[in-house]
Structure formats: C-alpha cells, structure tokens
Design a protein around this ligand. Structure first.
Ligand code: NDP
Length: 364
C-alpha cells in the first residue's frame, strides 16, 4: 500500500511500501435500515489486530443474506455496536500477524468467513473495506487455482453447506433434496454431494455464456467426487425454470422446477432435506422416516432443526483439495463481480433473492 505523501495535506494517511496506513476506505452504516444507510467512508480506521489475529488486505469480498438482514436490524439484540462495516466473506493477503499467530505470515493469500458466530457479536469492522482483522483459525490458504473473486464467494456458504450435512449425519449412499439449489449455499451443497460429474463450466466468463445459451450436460462419471466428500446416492434440488440446467451441471440428478411442480406432491422421499428457502413445513413431508431436515431459514417443524453456521478455517482446509482440483467449483453470479463503488447495487441485487451463486465485490 503506497500513498503519496503530500506536505499540503498532512491529514492524508501516508505509508511506505509494505506499511499499513491508519485509515482506509470502507462501506459502513451507523443506523439500521434499507440500502440507503450504506455510506462509503474514505477515512475509516484500519482495525487493530489481537494476538491471535492477522490483518488482511482485502482483495475481494462477497455478500450473504445475513449481511442484508443484519443491516435491516433483524439481529439487533445480539449484534456488535454500530457503526458497522458489513461483510463476512473475504479473500486477500496477510499484511500483519499477531504475536500468537503460528501458521500464517505476511504475504499469504487467504480466505475465510471473518465472524465466528454469524449472529452473536459479528465483527464490527467487516470485509467490505480495504483491511479487515481476522482470527487465524477462521482463515485458510486460498486454493491457488482460484482467483480472489472466486475464493471470496465460498467461505460462509460452503461452511453452511458442510455444517448442515454434518449435522444431518449425511454419508455415502444417502439421498438428499436441496431446496434453493441455485443460491449461494445450495449451489455448493449440491456439489459437495455430487455423484461424480464432469463439468468445467463455472468460470465467470463461461457462466455468462451458458446463462445466455445453454448449460453443459453431464458428460462423465469419472471424477468420483461424492466418493471423496460425501457420496450421495441421489441429489435433487429446486429452482425456477431458467436455472434447471444449472442445477444439473452442478451435479443434481433431479432438477425440480418449483414454478411447475410442488416437490412435496412428488412420490420421492429423501434421507436428508436441506432447506435454504424457508419451506420448513413442506420439507418435513418429503423426508424418509428417521431422516433429517436441516432448515437454514424460516419456520422449523419437527423433525426439522435449525442451526447457525460457525466459521471454521479447518473446514475450508479440508475442502481445499476439492476446490484446488476443480471438483467443487465456486459459482459467482454473472451480474458480478461488482466494483467496490457498487456495493449498494450489489446489496439490492442480493435482496431480490434471485442471485445465482454468489454476489461478489471485486476488486477492493
Ligand atoms: P441466496 O440469496 O444465494 O439464494 C438465492 C437463490 O434462492 C436464487 O438462486 C433463487 O433461485 C433461490 N430461490 C428463491 N426462492 C426459491 C424457491 N421458492 N425455491 C427454490 N429456490 C428458490 O441465499 P443463500 O443460499 O446464501 O442463503 C439461503 C438462505 O439461508 C437465506 O435465508 C440465508 O439467510 C440462510 N442462511 C442461513 C445460514 C445459517 O447458518 N442458518 C447460513 C447461510 C444462509 P430462483 O431465482 O430460481 O428462485
């Protein structure tokens, strides 16, 4: 980070190469509300780091529905104090390490979800900023095969997909229905389960192409991903008509068009249902006896249960080989990545509920 020193403006923060400035650009709000509360602050304080934290120079960030719900004041009771710099997901470079940091060092390219508990005292100084302070244990080295924008879209969503499957006791040979298969969580949950598909179609460029024209077909059963990650016997997922081919390209065996069919009226029953939409009442109708219904949002009807994701860098480390090899691919919404100046637009797009994969902000 190099800013030109100027004798005429002594208030401007200056830094030699490699030094960290005292202030930074950050999006922030000092009151709860709609997107209009978001303001770009040119002179926000660069956060201090605790002994177990590193300071990350943010290269890319991603939005999650929790960012919008938090901004709207839905989690006021357990939120950190205002003003808030939003953002959970980050990818960037370590520029400083605390005294107790063991594994990471300056220059490491990392990614992660910076708030250990999404709703309980999430970080006041989030990832929609030039710098963010993060506990080492919440980060992992970024897979080399992924760019910062792709990596930034992964952490919170893939940790949620992983934790949901773990809590559901998912394992090889089981079947799963994913409600909301085209969203941030669903698009990764499908893949983490997928029974050996062959697809190379999820780069931003190609995604644009295929959204405009056609999604690639499943072409091979050689990758054996599911055998390595979870080993689903059958993956079904729901989405609207234009996204059905996407579900298949991600590895779904069955793509259910929710605009034409009610999944709860179909004959199939599943070992696990992952509800990323808020259809808890219907979800319990399609689970096999003794199966699990994991609900991420909305009503919870027994035997359904809900959890809130815990950030954990070791989960990312565990999944890194699959990401590195391309067996699991990040899905960046083709309307993005949004420029750092377009964070308000990115939020309003996320809040349409129609995003395909992740809403990413890059570069920062
Ligand atoms: P997204 O914003 O990425 O989801 C958007 C997707 O949802 C779109 O692709 C859309 O597809 C799909 N969708 C909307 N309505 C339906 C429907 N009726 N049936 C099927 N698909 C539908 O959200 P995320 O995946 O990031 O999160 C999903 C939910 O889970 C959110 O409410 C979020 O807050 C919650 N969540 C909870 C967590 C927890 O720890 N409990 C953690 C992470 C997320 P289409 O355009 O085809 O409708």
């Amino acid at each position: 980070v190099v800013a030109a020193a100027s004798s005429s403006s002594p208030a401007v923060t200056t830094a030699e190469a490699g030094e960290v400035p005292a202030t930074m650009k950050a999006w922030a709000y000092d009151d709860y509300g709609d997107g209009s509360v978001l303001k770009l602050n040119d002179a926000a304080a660069v956060p201090d780091i605790a002994d177990d934290q590193v300071l990350v120079r943010v290269a890319a960030a991603a939005l999650n529905p929790v960012d919008a719900k938090r901004r709207a004041g839905k989690f006021k009771a357990t939120d950190s104090p205002l003003p808030t710099v939003p953002g959970y997901d980050v990818a960037g470079v370590v520029v400083k390490a605390g005294r107790k940091v063991k594994g990471l060092k300056e220059g490491d390219e990392v990614y992660g979800n910076i708030s250990e508990k999404a709703l309980e005292g999430p970080k006041q100084s989030g990832s929609l900023a030039e710098y963010t302070a993060v506990e080492e244990k919440l980060l992992a080295l970024k897979p080399k095969s992924l760019g910062f924008a792709q990596a930034a879209g992964l952490p919170l969503a893939i940790e949620t997909a992983h934790e949901g499957l773990e809590r559901a006791g998912f394992s090889a040979g089981k079947s799963i229905l994913i409600l909301g298969g085209a969203g941030g969580v669903g698009s990764l949950a499908i893949q983490v389960n997928q029974p050996d598909t062959h697809h190379h179609c999820i780069s931003i460029h190609q995604l644009n192409l295929h959204l405009t024209f056609t999604w690639p077909e499943r072409t091979s059963r050689t990758l054996q991903l599911a055998k390595h990650v979870y080993g689903a016997s059958k993956v079904a997922a729901t989405a609207s008509t234009p996204k059905l081919e996407l579900l298949k390209s991600l590895g779904a065996d069955v793509a259910i068009d929710y605009t034409k069919e009610n999944f709860e009226d179909l004959p199939d029953k599943y070992d696990v249902v992952l509800d990323a939409v808020g259809q808890g009442e219907k979800a319990v109708k399609v689970v096999k006896e003794g199966g699990s219904v994991v609900v991420l949002t909305g009503a919870v009807v027994p035997p359904g249960f809900r959890f809130v994701v815990t950030s954990d860098g070791s989960v990312l480390e565990k999944l890194n080989p699959y990401l590195e090899s391309g067996k699991v691919k990040p899905l960046v919404d083709p309307k993005g990545p949004f420029a750092f100046s377009q964070v308000v637009e990115a939020f309003s797009y996320l809040e349409t509920g129609r995003a395909t994969g992740k809403v990413v902000i890059s570069p920062i």
